[in-house]
Design a protein around this ligand. Sequence first.
Ligand SMILES: C[S@@+](CC[C@H](N)C(=O)[O-])C[C@H]1O[C@@H](n2cnc3c(N)ncnc32)[C@H](O)[C@@H]1O
Length: 520
Amino acid sequence: MSPPRDLRASLAQAGYTPGRRDVAPLVALLVDDPDAGPAVRRALARADASVVAAAIVSALDGAAEASAARLVPALGDAAATATAARVALLAGLDDARPRLRRAAVTALGKLGGDEARAALCAYWDRPDLPADHRRAAAEALGKVGGDQAALRLAATPADGGGDAELVRRRDRAILIALRDADDAPSEVALDVAPATPMVMVARCRAGLETVLAGELHDAGLAVDRLGPGLVGVILAGPLAPLLAARTLLTAGVVVELDRDADADAIAQALARPEVQGLLTAWTRGPVRWRLDFERGGHRRALVWAAAARTRALAPALRNQPRATTWDVVVTADQRHLELRPHRFTDTRFAWRVADVPAASHPTIAAALARVAGAHAGEQVWDPFCGSGAELCERGQLGAAQLHGTDRDQRALVAARANLDAAGLDATLVCGDALEHVPPPLDLIITNPPLGRRLRGDAAALLERFAARVPGLLARHGRLVWITPAHERTGAVLRRGGLGLRFARDLDLGGYEARLERWQR
Ligand SMILES: C[S@@+](CC[C@H](N)C(=O)[O-])C[C@H]1O[C@@H](n2cnc3c(N)ncnc32)[C@H](O)[C@@H]1O
């Protein structure tokens, strides 16, 4: 049957959803034209699955081997919802055409579920499977996962009977099968002290190192050294005090590698008794980990090889990227691992229940609040308050009269929700920062529009705002803010009689701005 011309035109349209009458001609096209495969399969996946199943089952009958095998992936797609397709797929494992059988194995692995697992285990148990079927079945067993699948994979001879490709697929499948076999809860224990003091790296936005170091010091931790975006800490007790630092982004235990990070070096480091001991002591439930790279990128081959080697040396450590408890990060110098807690209870920013597109990162809001300091009962205004992050963070430091303005009503709804969640009272007004008249102020704290999203000239807006500041502040009043144009805004503030007391250049994700504290 040659397909109508307009069917090919429909296939070329994105989002084409075939009607009932188009299904059989599409299946015929799949039989006749290998090149049409991907487009036809995409289209069939959008059609009624039971109609697709019926058309494929009828076309399979009598189709040549190669064409029949081409139909099976589409049958597998339909099997997710149509029983007839599932039944046909399972029957495919007993078909006389070997390529169809192999395609059914692959499709069942993708489909998953108990029925597919049982059928694939039985298929795996057949003696004398051709090598390409054994490999496909190994991969499929890995995908369906579960103890039964993992047991079978693990029982194959280590050298795969001389089939290197089978060994590669089997090892990968074992990791996947085990990864998905267990769903016991697991999280980092924040209240357990390490056996010996640990060197840790606490990370923050570049520019906030001294602020973070101050917070860590106040939490009773021994601060070791500072570097760009990081503070070294010696931790002799539990992890919990680290979370007193509100500018902290991540914290990790540093483990030295004995050579550049390859799969063996990573596995050997993780398998060291003191490292395994620490991970076990600091985890409630199974220790799950995933490999990551400070420099970014996926490096899949290294990830797989490191997972396989680690499993061999330290089976208690489970490489389970999707449910990880620990991120194991290869540092940029390739000579260290950083073991970063991934799954733990962090209530620092529990106030954050609502968001706006330009919301401050909470650690930035926390930095502004810390740099501002707190005097009991003072009058505080955020003229560009958005979702209220700075007001919430200032409120955490002690009682104050909080005022916020924003010209966007939706932002004020978000701010109200966040302040309520923080248990804070505040006066919120929809208004322009250049016109609103607040009471005499002890503190103006704000992360204003920096020009990334604002149409128009953010620097000009902030210069005009800066010109208002001296007239709004009480004696000794402070302005703590982030400015993207510190020379221009600084000149205005100085002219108004304010003195600069603190300044740090911040990296706001590839965008430079300066955090400042001015005083009247
Ligand atoms: C960077 S966002 C503030 C983010 C805020 N700190 C938060 O955490 O959500 C800047 C805010 O300034 C507001 N805005 C811009 N121009 C304004 C103006 N002239 N007066 C008042 N608000 C303004 C925007 O609506 C936006 O919500």
